[in-house]
Write a protein that binds this ligand. Structure first.
Ligand code: SD4
Length: 324
């Protein structure tokens, strides 16, 4: 059995490529890195890699992580600037005996030394988003002005299983639009943004990093799978419990969306938001995008994305932007 699951529709092209690789016996780690790089390279996705939205100082700071489920090796970069593929730097770091998680200038020094491609990651389109956001803010009365980090978000997180039974997980993100310089979310943090153990399975998160980290949610899902839950049961119960706990202790819960796969290729997903999508492919399932919907009792279910939804998705991502 082989398979790959990823957060958001934007992962579809990447996981399609990965699926072909897995079918031809590639390793989970290679397939995963290829899939995430495809998302990082596509300039119209504004929260991962090239084209990612900048922080409040108009700088694109990227976070990424990689975990090998066979060895539990981990590698991560935080707030790295001007490198094309943070996930590949993270994977390279996972091969080091120590110094596996590097941030800022240290991460850039390492990436440079290892020959990773440098690139100015701030696109004109992202500059336009930044400029327009400031203009919108300045149009408000001065007492209402507040540069809140962008609420919409699309971190890519993936878990893959190969035909040898090896698993890997990885994430990549530009984090929250208008975040403070140096801010890290859950995505590069092992246990929160991702976790994988080939003896069990893996999970990965997207949403409000500050809240996802409060539950070490990816590790928690893997732990539940280890105790016998299916990926779906583990995702649903862990997300519902964290959502409830945050509401009880803090009166609100940020966005929490999780995907998981176990070492049999069974998969699951749970979210506390409307509009979440994910992409999955296995030996028995062609690459498919599902939307998470809720019935009248608040119970979630999955619906395959229609052609119309898919067309509209790409149209809105690539629509021309006006400099206000
Ligand atoms: C973060 N979790 O930096 C990331 C943002 C995100 O989908 O998931 N976006 O907090």
């Amino acid at each position: 059995m082989y398979g790959i699951i990823a957060t958001w529709r934007m992962a579809l092209e990447g996981i399609s490529e990965a699926e072909t690789m897995l079918e031809h016996d590639a390793s989970a780690a290679d397939a995963l890195e290829t899939a995430i790089r495809a998302v990082e390279d596509f300039e119209y996705y504004k929260s991962v890699g090239y084209g990612g939205l900048p922080n409040e100082d108009e700088e694109v700071e990227l976070d990424a992580a990689f975990m090998d489920g066979d060895t539990l090796s981990i590698g991560a970069v935080g707030a790295i600037k001007d490198f094309a593929n943070p996930v590949s730097v993270a994977r390279c770091l996972s091969k080091e005996p120590v110094n596996n998680f590097l941030v800022g200038a240290g991460a850039e020094k390492y990436a440079h030394k290892h020959g990773f491609e440098r690139k100015n990651m701030l696109t004109d389109r992202a500059r336009t988003h930044y400029h327009n956001r400031l203009v919108e803010e300045n149009q408000k009365a001065s007492q209402d002005r507040e540069l809140k980090p962008y609420a919409g978000h699309d971190t890519v997180g993936m878990v893959a299983l190969d035909q040898q039974g090896s698993m890997a997980a990885a994430t990549s993100t530009s984090g929250l639009f208008m975040k403070k310089a140096g801010r890290l979310g859950d995505s590069p943090v092992i246990g929160s943004g991702l976790y994988v153990d080939s003896e069990v399975g893996g999970a990965s998160a997207t949403g409000l990093g500050e809240d996802l980290m409060k539950g070490c949610i990816s590790y928690e899902i893997v732990r539940r799978m280890k105790e016998g839950m299916t990926p779906q049961e583990a995702c649903e119960s862990a997300v519902a419990e964290l959502d409830e706990k945050l509401k009880k202790k803090r009166s609100k819960a940020g966005d929490l969306s999780l995907i998981a796969m176990n070492n049999k290729g069974e998969w699951g997903c749970a979210t506390n938001i409307k509009g979440f999508s994910f992409a999955v492919a296995t030996e028995n399932l062609k690459p498919t995008v599902y939307l998470v919907q809720f019935d009248e009792n608040g119970k979630q279910y999955f619906e395959e994305a229609s052609e119309e939804w898919m067309d509209n998705y790409m149209k809105t991502r690539t629509a021309p932007l006006i400099w206000k």
